[in-house]
Design a protein around this ligand. Sequence first.
Ligand SMILES: NC(=O)c1ccc[n+]([C@@H]2O[C@H](COP(=O)([O-])OP(=O)(O)OC[C@H]3O[C@@H](n4cnc5c(N)ncnc54)[C@H](O)[C@@H]3O)[C@@H](O)[C@H]2O)c1
Length: 359
Amino acid sequence: MIQCKLKEISGNYDITIKYYLKDVLSDINKLIVKEKRNVLIVDRNVYDIYSEFIHVFVEESRCEILAIDIKEENKNYETITLIYDFLIEKNIHRDSTLVAMGGGVLGDIVGFAASTYMRGVKYINVPTTLISQTDSSVGGKVGYNYGKIKNILGSFYNPTAVFIPLETLNSLDNRNYINGICEVIKYSLIYSKDFFAFLEKNIQSIINRDKETLLYIIQKCLEIKMHIVNEDFKDENKRNVLNFGHTAGHALEIISNFNIMHGEAVALGMLIAVKLSEYKLSLSKDIYNRLLKMYFTLGIDYNYNINNIEEFISIMKRDKKNDEEIRFVLLEDFGKCKIKTKVTEVDLLKAINEGIGEI
Ligand SMILES: NC(=O)c1ccc[n+]([C@@H]2O[C@H](COP(=O)([O-])OP(=O)(O)OC[C@H]3O[C@@H](n4cnc5c(N)ncnc54)[C@H](O)[C@@H]3O)[C@@H](O)[C@H]2O)c1
């Protein structure tokens, strides 16, 4: 059995990685106080696949259960109110615990509901996708989309514990799995040349979802994220580096009406950001070429035709990290980011063309 414990200092909570979901659920069962009214909020797809273990957990822990349909388009206030209604109907109190089981969307909205319901109730996160296991389940950012702006409404609110069941990655479809790898590549670019080289060297094990490789990758991403978050929890400065690839990425997600997934959009956004980094910070062209090679092997799209460039640019200007100027996180080298770098529309158009235009 794989087991590992990490500690997030700013929130002072444990992150436990185990292989089997049933072991994770058994740990949570021991952790929650049965006399309180607790709730498991689970992504309906996850519920359908793992219902056998979930039923045992719900029975033993005496949790109420709410299964919800999850997709990026539902990361909105309607889904939050659905959760509030359920909590009120089940008479959930301030000393109750919510257990969130699902991907990044489910975790972000349950975390937000937990942060606001009765001015804050405890929640435990059980991330089941690669994006949520490597990224969204730690760091305390919770929230939802509004209008055409991603994650514009939200708060900083830490879980009381995070339990990562590695085996749930086996049921992810290939697109969602590779979607998660895109964020892993981001971590390697912003943090370490060695980690990027590890991904290159172990690409077949990654494709095969080898569990030791995945354990290494998840631990590495979480270590990097915790290191950054512990220095700048409220995202006032250094934490901005995690936004590498996201300025264009978020805008691509929106203009595609979420037909492009979050990680896929970040992958394209990174190609644009790398091109801009070549122009503005003399980043070596070698990085773009190595990135393309990796995308090609993993089957990640590296071309995208932006039909409505005006809307794309206007969404970027409205991004919550921008102020009517277009600012990017750029790279000087592996692990050396320059945040809030202003770019001109001319450079941006060139970077789009050279970065993700048809080759
Ligand atoms: N809070 C943060 O710091 C942070 C960081 C990165 C990303 N995010 C957010 O995370 C979201 C993306 O997360 P995601 O990629 O996990 O998307 P998601 O939650 O939409 O999950 C993707 C799909 O996988 C399904 N699924 C979940 N677990 C499964 C499993 N084990 N087996 C089979 N199917 C499963 C879901 O039902 C869904 O259809 C975005 O909204 C993004 O903004 C947040």
